[in-house]
Design a protein. Sequence first.
Length: 76
Amino acid sequence: MTINELLPSVATLSHAEKLRLVQTILQQLAQEERTSAPPVRPTAERFDPLRFYGAAHCSRQDVDRYLASAREGWNE
């Protein structure tokens, strides 16, 4: 069955039934994602504000490197 075949049936559903359908589909997608997802990488180091306190204590490159490493897990 294709989406185009389903759309007329979905259009006749009430607002509450459409929301329930969306919720069910999202739950199924999340379940499929969990079963097919690659193993989770270790999390980035915890942010230590003292490490970045004051411009004289570290370079902008150090801060940029830290932020880049902290963002690595956001796209997953």
